[in-house]
Structures are given as C-alpha cells and as structure tokens.
Design a protein around this ligand. Structure first.
Ligand SMILES: [Zn+2]
Length: 404
C-alpha cells in the first residue's frame, strides 16, 4: 500500500503547513469534494435509519467536562482549559457525548421516543504529542462521524446489532475492508468509572451482539466509561487502528441525571450507546487514500468526469457536455490545454474515473468516447447514454467503473 501523505500531496487532497501547526491538516478542494460526498452519504444513511442530526459547538465550559468525567479521567488527552475571566473557563471538547447528553435532557422524554438517536459530524480536539502526528491518520483537530443512541436497557441488544449492520453497509459502499472486530474491555493500570456489575452487564450485551462474528478481546482498550466493540483497520505501514466503534455507557446518564418516563409512569435511566460508523473523516480518508491508491469509487471521486475536446473546434460541444453533466449532478472539469495524449494521461494520473473525448465526428453527431482511468475505452456513445452510464455507476455506489 502507498503512503497517504504522498498521494495526498500528489492529488492535492490535503496539505499540512507548519505555520498552521502539526496535526492540523487543511483539506484542499479535491479532498473536500470527496469528503463532502462521503459526509452526505453517511448523513443520508443515518437519516434513513432513524437518526436525528444536531449541531453543537466544539468548545464548552469547564464545568460541562467536569460533569461528564472527561476532566477527571481524560485530561491528559485534552488541550488545557482557556481562561476568559476568573470564573469563566472553556475547553476544546475531546468528545461530543456531553453535548448530546444535553440534547437528550433538553426536555422531558417518554419511552415512546426511545431509542433516541442523536447524530452529528462534529469537531473535537485531542492534545496528541507532536511525535505521533502524521498526515490525516493522527491529528489534533478531529471531525467525527458520531452518534449517541439513548435506549431502554432491553433495547440495547437490537440497537447494537442494527449499528453493526449499518457499519457493514457503510464500509461496503466506501470500500473499507476491516481487518477484524475487537471487544475492548477493562485492563490494569487505568482508571474507569462505574461498578463491576455495570461493566459485566455491558460486556455481556456486547458479547451477545457479536454472536456469530469472529473477534478478539483487547484488555485495557475500553473507554473509561464502558466496554466497546471496535472495528479495526490496518494502514499501509501495517499499523492497526480503530475506525468504527460501538460503546455502552451507564455512567453518563447518571452524571447528567438523564431520565425518561416509562409506560408505567416511572422515571427510568436510559443507556447511552456511543457509536461511530466510519470514525473521523481524517482517519477514514487516510485509510481510503491508501486502500484505493487514490482511485476512489466514482461516487466520491473529487472529479468524476474530465471533458477533453480534441481541438478548439469542439469547444462548444465540450462546454455543452460539461453543462449537461453538471446538471445531472456530476463533478466535471473541462481540460482543453495541451496534447490529447497528455490530457488523457493526466486525467488517469489524477484518478479521474471517466474522460469524455469529444472529436469532430463525435461533436457532429452528438456522441462522445468514454475512456476509463484503468485504460479501457468504450465505443462512441450518444451523450445522453454516456451520462446515464456514469450516473448509474455513481448512484449505485459501486467500486466498479461500468454498470454490473
Ligand atoms: Zn460519545
């Protein structure tokens, strides 16, 4: 596998500038276009699965993170608090859970609303030491695909199983090939909240959800508030990390005094399930760049179609084709400068899935020749058919370049 930092530079996906700071990469237009397509897809997948999306700020009062336990258990990984005045201190959040607990607590809740699934693609910060930072795989500013599903205890099993199903669906569409599943549990030498009975019950629920799945047990890798299922990936240098995760938490509902009114009128605590389908956008793209060697599936390729007029005589036909492709929702660019051979090679070098070559004959009879980035080329097609072919491949989110 190729190092994503090199390809990120060559394909102009992102840049790391020492003036901005280590671990604080900047997404360039091509990388941002691919990320945007992935974000839209994930948001829609979640929406159809009953998630409600919110926005919350990456900065919050010190007291919020004292309440959540992060300052007590997780301070070493956080940036130090910022003091605005003697009684006003703020921290960059290391997780979204505290804000989402406040979403649940924003009004009284009924058992009818459960599971309540609060989702956000939100910013958070980790004070990683500079030695471990690299490209997109380890960063200090993180954009996390996150959600917190508030359930009744008896709903947890089905909820975790459904999350695992969504993880598989998202990974198949993105071309993620997980290296394995892991059950991360408590280990020696670290601090954890909650009592043994809670931990045992949470672990049992996760083991049940993993029935039929092969997994490893990783002592010491649990979150400070509960055990978790981690979906592991391996990068180009053979290093393993966690992409997707499902975590059970009995502690935060206590700390934030969260409750719902049950069928019988009793006040009950929900269980909080923390989950991420695809992890952070940064780690996800570090992986996707490497596993696809920059040749993303057409649906999230930064540019999906390069329009190449053979010479100036086809400028009008090329502009018309580009307009129609754009109107069909495709990301398209016209490249008219230089020899045709050089432009075809450049489109392939940039991993653009399709190049539409428009010569005099094609322009005259409303046709176009499609060349695929893997070197294959198709006989001239009517423009509408060529656009329908590309549109079909994009809409089906396949990794192939031709409809199946
Ligand atoms: Zn969380």
């Amino acid at each position: 596998m190729i190092d994503h930092r090199r390809l990120g530079r060559e394909l102009e996906l992102f840049v790391s500038d020492p003036l901005a700071g280590a671990g604080l990469p900047i997404w360039l237009p091509a990388g941002a276009a691919a990320r945007h397509a992935v974000e839209e897809y994930v948001r829609e997948l979640e929406r159809r699965a009953g998630y409600q999306h919110v926005y919350s700020p990456p900065l919050g009062k010190r007291e919020l993170f004292e309440r959540s336990g992060h300052l007590g258990y997780f301070a070493d990984d956080m940036f130090p608090p910022m003091r605005l005045s003697a009684d006003d201190e703020f921290v960059l959040r290391p997780a979204l859970c505290p804000h989402h607990a406040l979403v649940f607590g924003a009004r009284g809740r009924s058992y009818r609303e459960l599971p309540l699934r609060v989702a956000e693609l939100g910013g958070m910060y980790r004070a990683e030491r500079s030695g471990v930072l690299g490209g997109l795989s380890r960063v200090r500013a993180i954009s996390l695909n996150d959600a917190h599903n508030f359930c009744a205890l008896e709903q947890v099993g089905a909820e975790v199983a459904e999350i695992l199903r969504l993880i598989r669906e998202a990974h198949a569409a993105l071309g993620v090939r997980p290296a394995g599943f892991r059950l991360s549990v408590r280990g020696p030498g670290q601090r954890y909240v909650g009592d043994d009975a809670q931990w045992a019950r949470a672990e049992e629920l996760l083991r049940d959800a993993l029935a039929g799945v092969e997994y490893e047990v990783a002592p010491g890798d649990a979150a400070f508030y509960g055990p978790k299922i981690d979906v592991q990936i391996v990068d180009g240098r053979g290093r393993e990390s966690t992409l997707a995760t499902v975590q059970l938490d009995f502690d935060k509902p206590e700390r934030f005094d969260l409750a719902y009114t049950d069928r019988d009128g009793a006040r009950r605590r929900p269980v909080m399930v923390h989950r991420s389908l695809v992890g952070s956008m940064e780690r996800l793209f570090a992986y996707l760049i490497e596993v696809h060697e920059g040749a993303f599936p057409a649906w999230y390729a930064p540019v999906q179609l390069a329009v190449l007029p053979v010479d100036a005589g086809q400028a009008g036909a090329a502009a018309d084709l580009a307009r129609r492709a754009e109107a069909a929702g495709l990301r398209v660019e016209i490249d008219a400068a230089g020899s045709l051979g050089a432009r075809i090679r450049d489109a392939a070098r940039r991993r653009i899935p399709y190049a539409a070559v428009v010569g005099a004959r094609e322009a005259a009879d409303g046709r176009v020749s499609l060349r695929l980035r893997d070197g294959r080329s198709l006989d001239p097609l009517p423009v509408a058919d060529a656009l329908a072919l590309v549109g079909d491949v994009v809409a089906s989110r396949t990794g192939q370049l031709l409809p199946g």
